[in-house]
Design a protein around this ligand. Structure first.
Ligand SMILES: Nc1ncnc2c1ncn2[C@@H]1O[C@H](COP(=O)(O)OP(=O)(O)OP(=O)(O)O)[C@@H](O)[C@H]1O
Length: 337
């Protein structure tokens, strides 16, 4: 109980909380359900997620962080406080130190407000850290040596690509093409080809269950899935069967954005570090790393080995735990805001 440090992956799709000595204690969708009339928060996390696309008129289930930025600050704050309460941050014997990984593009004003919200919820010293760095650490990379390490973190709202050496980012980029965009691509494809309206959760299921972007994905035995939605012409419910081959085409434009962004980062990387990356390979983290075939496609395009990290959706949260263990040793002045 004494002096437990807390690490938080405040992602746009999921929020994970890691407590020193316990590991990941909370893993819930970054969703808040609000009563539009009273503006009251009705549910947060898993409970609110179940309401997405299924709420009556006066209730909305929103994702307060979208596209790698904080779209609705008050509700992000409410969500963070809710999760910290849930893990009993305030009742810990001594106030915990909290390390938070936020979406990459948040402003310094938003960072300050996030820190305040965490302090109000029981944090003593609150730190903010860059997501790709923590993801790399969580993936098991030793980024503190003078050698090149490359990580591609494909989350919900953003894909963060970085080359790190000696504990710092050397070259990096962040693009707003990631898991959410894949869902939208699938949704739009079904709308256009089948005149069928489906919800984002159905599109996400298609992505996780049948989609493939492997270079030979179209030659492989196709997988298929029955999905339900509303016919745009008749207005009635309808079921269609969707195959991996059609989804391959629907996802290619977005996947190519990620390939191009990774190529741009490699082009800006000093040659000695590029040589290290050939030896060590590129690590894929974040939920998007689980998209079937994305590792093979990136390896073919980037001409370097590409490896999916173990437990890619937990890399950032696990990385916060490792960073907190080493916070004193690292004494990285840049970390604290
Ligand atoms: N098996 C799978 N195949 C493809 N995509 C998946 C799979 N499992 C999860 N995802 C996707 O991963 C994304 C969420 O990943 P993650 O939790 O790493 O994001 P996040 O950290 O919340 O987002 P961000 O890094 O943008 O803040 C979602 O878009 C989800 O649909």
């Amino acid at each position: 109980m004494f002096g437990r440090d807390i690490g938080i992956d405040l992602g746009t799709a999921n929020v994970l909380v890691h407590i020193k000595g316990q590991g990941i204690v909370l893993d819930e969708p970054a969703v808040v359900a609000i009563d539009n009339n009273t503006k009251q928060v009705l549910a947060v996390g898993e409970e609110a997620f179940q309401m997405v696309g299924r709420t009556p008129g006066n209730i909305v289930a929103i994702r307060p962080m979208k596209d790698g930025v904080i779209a609705d600050f008050d509700h992000t704050e409410a969500m963070l406080s809710h999760f910290l309460k849930k893990v009993n941050a305030k009742s810990m014997l001594s106030k915990p130190r909290i390390l938070i990984c936020c979406p990459t593009n948040i402003t310094s004003v938003e960072q300050k407000a996030i820190i305040e919200a965490a302090e109000k919820s029981g944090g003593k010293n609150v730190f903010i850290e860059e997501e790709p760095k923590v993801a790399a650490i969580g993936a098991g990379m030793d980024i503190f040596q003078p050698s090149g390490n490359m990580v591609i973190d494909i989350g919900g709202g953003t894909t963060d690509i970085a080359v790190l050496s000696m504990g710092s980012i050397v070259t990096a980029t962040s693009i707003k093409t990631a898991g959410d965009q894949f869902d939208i691509d699938i949704l739009n494809y079904i709308k256009k080809e089948y005149k069928l309206l489906v919800g984002v959760r159905t599109a996400e299921t298609v992505k996780t269950e049948v989609a493939t972007v492997a270079p030979n994905g179209k030659e492989q035995e196709p997988k298929d899935l029955d999905i339900r939605g509303r016919d745009m012409v008749s207005g009635l419910p309808r079921t269609i069967t969707i195959t991996s081959v059609e989804i391959y085409d629907a996802l290619m434009e977005s996947v190519n954005h990620i390939v191009q962004a990774a190529k741009n980062v490699l082009e800006r990387t000093p040659p000695e570090l590029s040589a290290d990356i050939i030896d060590r390979g590129v690590f894929l983290t974040g939920g998007g790393a689980l998209l079937t075939g994305i590792d093979e496609l990136l390896a073919e395009e980037l001409k370097v080995p590409v490896l999916v990290a173990e437990d890619p959706m937990h890399c950032v949260a696990n990385g916060t735990g490792i960073m907190l263990d080493n916070l004193d040793k690292m004494s990285n002045k840049k970390v604290k805001i």
